[in-house]
Ligand binder design. Structure first.
Ligand SMILES: Cc1ncc(COP(=O)(O)O)c(C=O)c1O
Length: 410
């Protein structure tokens, strides 16, 4: 049987990513900061360049050839995203700036008709972008925000799920995959529990959509948010998927041009979905670039991406466990993320020495300060992988950790 490495032909994939040819401090770049943002294949870069060179125009309003071409490509990108996550239609797909804006859109619109005392449930492992909007809106609107706890392994605590999601819950909003612990949360099961309690389910898919097949129909989530830049696409483009009947009822988050059908001095009729939620001139080039990223990932196949991530993450876990000073956070079964600390060496120092060896990782609180307090650390180092990374790069990373130990005398 062919291994996934052969099926995906990693060396061919790597050639599509120009940045992987560069050196850092004279060493070949080992890019292990994919959870922050992924690198971009030439197919995405060229799609954006081709738009600007050949059919740059505003969309939905220009009665000329360029405008029609730009509109068609931008709308086609919505359809590509819909197909990618198995949504019914492009009408379920709202383009935003990023996951953060998608979650803010959901939070503002969904909390606008809640009443004092209504409850929102999130978890202790949420990224600030799935915590701060709910926290601030709860304060402004007199809502109660509750947190599902994590257990010792870094999974959502089963009892805490049952205890927190009740008939008082109106919204549950959870991350699909933790950007710190790598935990893959059982979204399908929790959505069922939310729906049994008549609550809506919002999912932060920022670390899931790039790495595994996502089927919004199977998950049955009401809303699903993710960022283009973490899945080979450009920055400045994100997605909020929503069920049509809910989007139809929701108030837009931003008002202005493009999102209207008819305006009088006294009132406004909103545009059809999804344009009702896309006010003003959108990030057209970036939307088209995201369409190219969907094509690329679709060609590789998300099942292969998932298998390959797993293979490489397992290898990295095995190698990092050989370093006896390393403490790894999170469960064994995980996404393509490994957070760790090396004795008492500050993660920033770890990252700096690794950088001197050409290895790019992230160090800090990873926009999860409350989770850091649960883990009782100020910060962690984090290595995160994607389809173009290799076992050889993991070996370079482990050797560079050897250098960190030498520098700090551990
Ligand atoms: C789990 C999770 N949610 C949300 C975000 C926010 O994504 P963005 O900065 O693209 O809005 C991130 C980014 O790292 C993330 O990892």
């Amino acid at each position: 049987m062919l291994s996934t490495k052969t099926i995906m032909d990693i060396e061919t994939i790597r050639k599509d990513f120009p940045i992987l040819q560069r050196k850092v401090h004279g060493k070949p770049l080992v890019y292990f900061d994919n959870a922050a943002t992924s690198q971009k294949p030439k197919q995405v870069i060229e799609a954006i360049e081709f738009y600007y060179k050949n059919y740059n125009a505003n969309i939905h309003r220009s009665i000329h050839q360029l405008g029609e071409e730009a509109t068609a490509k931008y709308e086609e990108a919505h359809q590509k995203v819909a197909d990618f996550i198995n949504a019914d239609s492009y009408q379920n797909i709202i383009f935003t700036k990023n996951t953060t804006e998608s979650l803010n859109l959901a939070a503002y619109s969904l909390t606008s008709n809640l009443k004092k005392g209504d409850e929102i449930v999130i978890s202790q492992m949420e990224h600030h972008s799935n915590l701060v909007p709910w926290q601030q809106l709860a304060k402004q609107r007199g809502l109660k925000l509750k947190f599902i706890e994590i257990d010792e392994d870094g999974n959502l605590d089963k009892n805490s799920i049952e205890k927190n999601i009740t008939k008082k819950t109106r919204i549950v909003s959870l991350t699909h995959v933790s950007n710190v612990l790598g935990t893959i949360n059982p979204i399908e099961k929790i959505t069922k529990i939310a729906h049994e309690n008549n609550a809506l389910m919002v999912v932060d898919g920022a670390q899931a959509a790039p790495h595994m097949p996502v089927d919004v129909k199977k998950l049955d989530a009401d809303f699903y948010a993710f960022s283009g830049h973490k899945m080979l696409g450009p920055t400045g483009i994100g997605v909020l998927y929503g069920k049509k009947e809910l989007l139809d009822e929701m108030q837009p988050f931003l008002y202005g041009g493009e999102m209207i059908r008819e305006v009088t001095f006294g009132d406004t009729k909103f545009n059809d979905l999804p344009w009702k939620f896309e006010a003003g001139t959108m990030n057209i080039a970036e939307g088209i670039g995201l369409g190219a990223a969907m094509d690329y990932l679709g060609k590789v196949g998300m099942k292969h991406v998932q298998q390959r991530d797993k293979e490489l993450t397992n290898y990295a876990m095995k190698r990092l466990k050989e370093v006896k000073e390393a403490k790894i956070y999170g469960p064994e079964e995980r996404g393509a993320v490994i957070s760790f600390n090396l004795n008492n060496i500050h993660p920033h120092d770890v990252a700096q020495v690794l950088d001197s060896e050409g290895v790019a990782i992230r160090a800090g609180h990873h926009c999860c300060m409350p989770l850091m307090s649960v883990l009782k650390v100020p910060a962690t180092a984090r290595a995160s992988f994607y389809l173009y990374n290799t076992e050889k790069e993991v070996d370079v990373f482990i050797n560079a950790i050897g250098k960190v130990k030498k520098v700090f005398g551990v």
